[in-house]
Write a new protein. Structure first.
Lengths: 202, 202
DNA sequence: GTTATTGCCTAAAGGCATTAGGAACGAGGG
DNA sequence: CCCTCGTTCCTAATGCCTTTAGGCAATAAC
């Protein structure tokens, strides 16, 4: 008699993601999602394996969205351009979807982490760095540096750390991306690219 | 008849901080703290104004400890030295007290934030940067850059982001601090220090 | 049109947060 | 000595969230 709500894991996770953006990732709760669907809480257990699984689902969704937009935005770009674009993808995503962005840092167990879009994201930043022709070790250091700056800046910005003081955080962001570019260039000078050297070995 | 537990706000917050380091900041709960003291939950309300106030207390404690150790470690140092020491203070604190470190990023309402040791910490990083003789604007950008890198790196490291791959994260950390030093030097070259220029104006 | 599956429900138990009000402990004045 | 009085801690009750178990009804297969 009563119309079915038409639940599915995807629809539930999607609703949870919207909820996260509205009220914060920490407030994402099975009860709230059930209310949103006009459904009893227990019904969700048919599709989701409890509250943590729901949060993990939102995390995976966020990682996927991030990787997708990064992949699209990065197409055809390299060097400084690519660096700026990648940074902006993170920052813009965090601004547009604060709850989802928070979710992206939810600790996943190794198996789901490996199956998530996380590795794809890492690969994308490695691709950006390839334009700087760093040495093997420096490339890893650089991946970590970029991850730290992107994550650190966006999360501090989201937490309001920069909001009540001049200059505008966007100005700092631009200056910081600039700085990273010159920093990576200096690393490139330190350690010439081994993979492309000896091209003329004959 | 029953011996009193001798509760006080400080003792409760301290216990909550220990708990945070043991089981994670998110798991810091009035119930758990009450259990630790062998006391009923409601008894805590005489000293603490609810769960959020308890968390805020832990946050303030963490900020204070951070600012204290940073202040001590920074004494008599400047330039690259000071930069490395400040970074290490953050990283070491996060490693030794993961729960407290997490707490330090708990959003405080403006009043308590202003009264906390947060501003003192910001002042300390500004002091470190004074050694690089940046322009006014660049100094702010640099404060944000350092905050982003320190926070981003330590939190990614704590989340296990770097743990399962070579090279060791300590190596990256050293390389990154080095990089920040050269980056700040390049900014100094861009915009000479106005406060000390024109010394010879006559 | 009957059967099997699945989707959603009710019911129940357990944990955490919060408030209200009561009892026992400690200290100080009579 | 004892009597208040403030403080410390308690019991009790309410409400929200999670999780599990078991039941009925809508959909899909035949």
């Amino acid at each position: 008699m009563v119309a079915r709500a038409g639940l599915s894991r995807d629809r539930i996770v999607e609703a949870a993601a919207e909820l996260a953006d509205e009220v914060g990732f920490a407030q994402v709760t099975l009860s709230a999602v059930a209310r949103r669907f006009g459904v009893q809480v227990a019904s969700l257990y048919a599709h989701v394996d409890g509250a943590d699984d729901l949060r993990a689902g939102v995390a995976c969704l966020a990682l996927e969205e991030l990787a997708d937009t990064a992949g699209g935005a990065l197409a055809g770009r390299s060097g400084r351009d690519a660096l700026v674009v990648l940074g902006d993808v993170y920052r813009d995503y965090a601004a547009a979807h604060p709850g989802r962005y928070d979710a992206a840092r939810f600790p996943l167990d190794p198996a789901t982490a490996a199956a998530s879009a996380g590795p794809r994201l890492a690969e994308l930043t490695r691709a950006v760095l390839r334009g700087y022709h760093l040495g093997r070790a420096d490339e890893t250091h650089a991946v970590r540096l970029l991850g730290s700056v992107f994550h650190g800046f966006t999360s501090l910005e989201a937490a309001g750390g920069f909001s009540h003081s001049r200059p505008a955080s966007s100005t700092s962001w631009a200056r910081i991306l600039d700085g990273l570019d010159v920093l990576l260039r200096s690393w490139a000078a330190d350690a010439p690219d081994h993979s492309h050297a000896r091209r003329t070995t004959r």
